[in-house]
Design a binder for this molecule. Structure first.
Ligand SMILES: Nc1nc2c(ncn2[C@@H]2O[C@H](COP(=O)(O)OP(=O)(O)OP(=O)(O)O)[C@@H](O)[C@H]2O)c(=O)[nH]1
Ligand SMILES: [Mg+2]
Length: 316
């Protein structure tokens, strides 16, 4: 069952978005990297491209030590988007990675979390991945290479050679295949995977994606909009591991129905004029934790929770 989480009241924070530094000079990064990672870092630097990793979290404290430790050194910014976790997800994240940016989503669901994370991120390349240990950050280089080769959007696929899943059940695999078939027929695409949360894209894709759904249909919404926009899409093999700790938030049948409705809805939707007029129309609002120590963060949250403080200044 999806968890109903009553989170603490959001923070009242005057916010100004940090900007990213210049891409890390190769000699600094390369000294710490080997093999494929060093090659990715070299290519990123010569393209002048900075990477943001956007990671949605809902009670993932137990999984973050594994996930954050595996993020390659060439990733410039990590944006964690929390959905009002009631464990110490934020404190753990900040303890492991003091430079992490912590964003609090403005509504509920993974779709809204990703939209807030994209809006908060600064990278030229954005990678979206999960916090439950099912997607391996060490694969990021594999996603980045086709972007540097000229593709707009790179989809992870569990069902091409070199990919796989430890996590997908027979029932879900069947559902995914059926939905994928409908997607490919309706959109004229030849994708091998649909409902997978590991993707990477250039920032310029964001207005086309214009994420405005809340739930787990978000990957489908993104895939259909990217296809309709005629963007150049590559698939790369990816291995989905079993969630390390905790329970899934996904409900196969209702979420499958939302995916189906998204496939049909997006195919027959007229393109949005408001989006064409205002390329920033997709940006949701979000709150961001300031760069405090974790005990300060905890104290602020607890005080505000107890006092019932209202949420405050929204970031833009
Ligand atoms: N911020 C935020 N993150 C969420 C929310 N729901 C899920 N997530 C995160 O999104 C990622 C994927 O969620 P999961 O519950 O693992 O769902 P899934 O990977 O689609 O399904 P499984 O294959 O069953 O694990 C995880 O990192 C979750 O913590 C939410 O409402 N808000
Ligand atoms: Mg998962």
């Amino acid at each position: 069952m999806r968890q109903q989480v009553e989170g603490p009241v959001q923070l009242a924070i005057a916010y100004s978005a940090p900007t990213l530094a210049e891409p890390t000079p190769p000699e600094t990064t390369l000294a710490r990297l080997e093999g494929e990672d060093a090659e990715t870092a070299r290519r990123l630097h010569s393209a002048g491209a900075r990477i943001s990793a956007v990671i949605p979290t809902l009670n993932e404290a137990a999984n973050l030590p594994h996930v954050l430790a595996r993020i390659p050194a060439y990733v410039d910014e990590v944006v964690l988007v929390d959905g009002h976790s009631v464990d110490n997800t934020i404190e753990v994240a900040r303890a492991i990675r003091p430079d992490i940016r912590v964003v609090i989503q403005d509504a509920h669901g993974k779709g809204n979390a990703l939209a807030c994370g994209f809006a908060a991120s600064n990278g030229d390349i954005i990678v979206m991945l999960d916090a439950d240990g099912s997607t391996d950050p060490a694969e990021i280089g594999r996603f980045v290479a086709p972007l540097l080769d000229g593709h707009d959007f790179v989809k992870g696929s569990r069902f091409v050679k070199g990919g796989g899943s430890e996590d997908i059940t027979g029932m879900r695999s069947l559902g995914n295949r059926g939905l994928l078939l409908i997607m490919n027929l309706l959109y004229g695409t030849r994708y091998s995977d649909l409902c997978y949360g590991y993707n990477a894209f250039w920032r310029r894709c964001l207005p086309h994606m214009s994420v405005d759904c809340n739930g787990f249909e978000v990957e489908t919404l993104i895939t259909t909009r990217v296809a309709r926009a005629g963007l150049s899409v590559a698939e790369v093999p990816s291995i989905e591991y079993a969630r390390l700790h905790g329970v899934s938030n996904l409900k196969a049948v209702p979420d499958g129905i939302k995916v189906l409705r998204t496939i049909f809805g997006e195919r027959f939707r007229r393109s949005s004029t408001s989006r064409r007029r205002d390329p920033n129309a997709w940006r949701p609002t979000f709150d961001e934790f300031p760069r405090q120590t974790s005990s300060e963060v905890l104290a602020t949250r607890t005080t505000e929770h107890l006092s019932g403080a209202r949420r405050g200044v929204k970031a833009v």
